[in-house]
Design a protein. Structure first.
Length: 301
């Protein structure tokens, strides 16, 4: 695959490990911990092996090992020390690094193995909250700094979606236990970032409610078609990049008008774009939530 990244700049290493470039240079020069290659213009480049080694060194360093002691270890001893730490504690940074290396290498087997090791100790809800949300946040930063390509992002988010869908499917085997409202989940036209909405669907089903999942890029007039079929409809959406800032006001006004046809219907919104909405500008039948946790506590708990 052409998008596999085999060599990294020192800034890439900084972004992926959290260790400042200046510190990496010191460790490299003083302790010979890394052996970069040089481009024809004398710029350092680092291999996948160097990235993996630095991630392991970072874990040891963050767990109390002095860098001078790490430098004295043989190459084969460093991963052994890492495994010793992992045997007595679940190190969050190590797990996130394992997911990142799976992404960099387009390695779905490593992703599955890392996920299954977590699943042995934690329910899916905790894995999503404690590992997938921080990972997704970090992916955004890595993409913005050109450390990873869109192909990397699509690969890892596709695997996360698979895990959410598997857990949704398990819940769909049982009938809803709460019938006072039905949730209709959709993304507005132009919005394709689906992970947040998918996970909300999982939480809604987990709490015993019925949901109708429409998915990405749904026109407003499609929502109106459901009003005559569903009582006490709660429309749930996730605004990550759409509607655009200059269009949000008009969109919310049209959305509010379209659902007023049915008494008791509401719109519940999450996502980055909702931060652009002034609370006083919200129609009375539309609410916003700052996080998934907030939504769960206020709406379905």
């Amino acid at each position: 695959m052409n998008n596999i990244k085999k060599y990294f700049s020192i800034r890439d290493l900084e972004n992926l490990t959290g260790i400042k470039a200046h510190t990496i240079r010191i460790w490299e020069k003083r302790y010979k911990l890394l052996s970069p290659e040089r481009t024809t213009t004398n710029i350092r480049t680092y291999s996948l092996g160097s990235l993996q080694k630095l991630l392991n060194i970072t874990l040891l360093y963050n767990n109390g090992y002095k860098i001078s002691k790490i430098a004295q270890l043989k190459e084969t001893e460093i991963p052994i020390k890492v495994q010793e730490i992992m045997a007595v504690q679940n190190n969050k940074n190590h797990v996130l690094n394992a997911f990142k290396m799976a992404m960099i290498n387009f390695d779905q087997t490593r992703f599955a193995q890392t996920f299954n090791s977590l699943l042995a100790d934690y329910p899916f809800r905790e894995i999503f909250k404690d590992y997938f949300i921080p990972l997704l946040h970090e992916l955004g930063l890595l993409w913005q700094t050109d450390t990873i390509t869109p192909a990397h992002e699509h690969f890892i988010t596709g695997l996360i979606k698979q895990k959410i869908l598997v857990n949704i499917e398990k819940l769909q085997l049982t009938e809803p236990t709460k019938t006072d409202k039905t949730f209709i989940l959709y993304l507005p036209e132009g919005e394709i970032h689906e992970i947040g909405l998918l996970y909300l669907n999982y939480e809604i089903l987990l709490h015993g409610y019925k949901s109708i999942y429409l998915g990405q890029s749904i026109p407003l007039d499609n929502l109106g078609e459901l009003l005559g079929l569903v009582e006490n409809a709660n429309f749930v959406s996730y605004f990550t990049v759409a509607p655009a800032q200059e269009k949000i006001g008009k969109y919310l006004e049209e959305l509010s008008l379209s659902i007023r046809k049915q008494k008791g219907s509401k719109v519940l919104l999450l996502g980055r774009q909702t931060e652009l909405i002034e609370a006083g500008d919200l129609p009375e039948n539309i609410d916003t939530f700052g996080s998934i946790e907030h939504f769960v506590e206020e709406v379905i708990q």
